[in-house]
Design a protein around this ligand. Structure first.
Ligand SMILES: N[C@@H](CCC(=O)N[C@@H](CS)C(=O)NCC(=O)O)C(=O)O
Length: 562
């Protein structure tokens, strides 16, 4: 059956606007077309964007154009005429189905079944909590997840009792949304989520702009009243939900201390922004200023009894600091080579700050919202209009971008070679792999279509975050082969027979090569790299799972291209 071109256009727009991991495509049908999420969309932070991130530029690659112009199997047919007859079309389809049959044989001979089979194998290895994860999503029971649209926490809450609608950014990049999100979670206030794009990676729905003409997020509607500043939302939550865990202390002295600390937070923010977005003077004025404010924060934290800014209990102050301190750790290392957060047991000038991070890591409300260095180092520049790298920062950029051995290559080195502490609380390596397979297998069709943009072409208009391309066009013709590669990869992550999966990937490569030459193999490898670079934390999965997936995508590329 042939569809008129506009159908494909609609199909591709639909696929390309979905968040591959987190948004089951069917759910998007119910949303306005402009409410669309984009899989993590790093921007180029500097001119030295890593080579592995540059896709091949393409002019034609999808079913909206001539099938023969784009067909990766074209070498089977020689240099065909541009006008396609039905007979030729049949020939191409036949070749394609023959290739798919060969690939099915390769998979079968290594006991790699359908995605349903992969999910069954996964289920057999999951803990009860992991098994319940997807069933709990619709109501938001159990542990928090960025996938929640409704968050009821447990069965004591009813959907009709929800008093808060929380508008936050689709990619989980916005620091102001981050602090509100943590407060809602810590206070266990039931809420609904509406995801809104940031300008650097998408458009905003008209209905949102009518409510919030500036377009800024976060926004919350609490008992029908709209609040459009993060701090106002945080204070309103304290006031309107007195029966929930208080985040502002009662003691007047502590309240004064909180005000003082919140002023310090803004001073630190300014010092960070000044250095991050500028080239420092030869005498290091911006660096010195940043370090002196950071030392004040360190002094505050070393003078408290208990892990948090106001002592033993987490408070609003911790949640105000966290989004920015988390982004500072990532960006200062990447752009300036300045290390704030160290791996356990390492020496640091900021021991109290590191203890505070450890204390925050114990909170479920933080665990769910925590991002990784890679995501931040690519999400900050488009939000800020650029960050300025300084001499000496290149090795850190390489490690964070997964270029150094062990950072996104198997075996993974602990704490990314000492630069980014592992998330021990998220479970062991096998748990991380199960998480990655769960997210991938639950949404494999959208993920395959998304990855195959790597062999497709970029879209128009472009958005500020260079690797966010919601209008990019997937290369439909490579999708079955990308699908096969991802199934082998999923099987490897479930740790069955190691040698067999290595062989399966090599055999896939050789079948592809015989049918479509190096170009077809390269198209599949480009698609895997496209996906690898766009796994977002926390939106798609947690860091340990993301690192495993990125490294396994590199493993797949290696076996395909060897
Ligand atoms: N003062 C505001 C700041 C909010 C803000 O700047 N939000 C940014 C995102 S971090 C925004 O929505 N920018 C528009 C966009 O990127 O779409 C607050 O605290 O809520």
């Amino acid at each position: 059956m042939r569809f008129p071109p506009y159908c494909y256009l609609l199909l591709f727009r639909f696929l390309s606007s979905s968040t591959a991991f987190s948004e089951p495509p069917f759910s998007l049908r119910h949303l306005p077309a402009t409410v669309s999420a984009e899989t993590t969309a790093p921007s180029a932070p500097s001119a030295s964007a890593p080579l592995h991130r540059r896709g091949r530029s393409r002019t034609a690659s999808t079913s909206t154009t001539s099938v023969f112009e784009t067909n990766p199997l074209k070498s089977l047919f020689g240099n065909v005429a541009s006008s396609i007859s039905n007979i030729q079309q049949m020939g191409m389809n036949q070749q394609s189905s023959e290739l798919q049959a060969l690939i099915a044989q390769v998979l079968a001979s290594h006991n790699i079944g359908s995605w349903d089979d992969i999910r069954s194998a996964l289920r057999a290895k999951q803990t009860p909590e992991e098994t319940n994860f997807r069933d709990n999503l619709s109501k938001g029971y159990g542990k928090a997840s960025p996938l929640h649209k409704l968050r009821l926490f447990d069965e004591s809450n009813d959907e009709n009792d929800v008093r808060v609608i929380f508008y936050r950014d689709s990619a989980s990049w916005c620091p102001y949304c981050h602090k509100v999100w943590m407060a809602l979670e810590e206070k266990r206030i039931p809420y609904r989520v509406e995801k809104i794009n940031m300008r650097c990676y998408g458009d905003k729905p008209a209905s949102f702009l009518r409510m919030q003409p500036s377009g800024n997020i976060p926004v919350a509607i609490i008992d029908g009243v709209t609040y459009n500043q993060s701090n106002d939302i945080m204070y309103a939550l304290e006031k309107q939900f007195p029966d929930h865990k208080p985040l502002i202390p009662n003691d007047p002295k502590q309240r004064m201390k909180a005000q003082e600390l919140l002023r310090l937070e803004r001073t630190l923010f300014s010092a960070w922004m000044s250095w991050l977005t500028s080239r420092d003077s030869p005498n290091g004025r911006l660096r010195d200023n940043f370090v002196s404010v950071l030392n004040m924060v360190e002094a505050e934290l070393s003078s408290t009894k208990g892990g948090f800014f106001l002592g033993e209990n987490v408070s609003l102050v911790d949640f105000m600091f966290m989004p920015f301190l988390e982004r500072m750790c990532a960006s200062m290392l990447y752009f300036k080579g300045f290390l704030m957060r160290v791996a356990p047991g390492e020496r640091t000038n900021y021991p109290a700050l590191n203890r505070w991070f450890d204390a925050m890591d114990t909170l479920e409300s933080y665990q769910l919202t925590k991002s990784d260095y890679y995501t931040h180092c690519w999400d900050l520049p488009p939000q800020l209009g650029g960050c300025v790298p300084e001499a000496g920062s290149q090795p850190f950029q390489n490690a964070i971008n997964g270029i150094e051995s062990g950072s996104w290559h198997l075996p993974l080195s602990p704490n990314n070679n000492g630069l980014e502490p592992d998330w021990a609380w998220a479970g062991d390596e096998d748990a991380a792999k199960r998480e990655a397979v769960e997210r991938m297998s639950a949404n494999h069709e959208a993920i395959v279509a998304f990855a195959s943009r790597g062999a497709g072409r970029s879209g128009f208009p472009r958005y500020g975050a260079p690797l966010a391309d919601p209008n990019a066009v997937s290369n439909e013709s490579v999708q079955p082969y990308v699908d096969a590669a991802l199934k082998i990869l999923a099987q490897k992550m479930l740790e069955t027979d190691k040698n067999s999966v290595d062989e399966a990937m090599k055999e896939l490569a050789s079948v592809l090569k015989r049918a479509g030459g190096d170009e077809l193999v390269e198209d599949v490898a480009l698609s895997l790299a496209y996906l690898r670079d766009r796994v977002g934390v926390p939106r798609d999965m947690r860091l340990p799972a993301a690192r495993q997936l990125r490294a396994h995508l590199n493993w797949a590329r290696y076996h395909l291209m060897m």
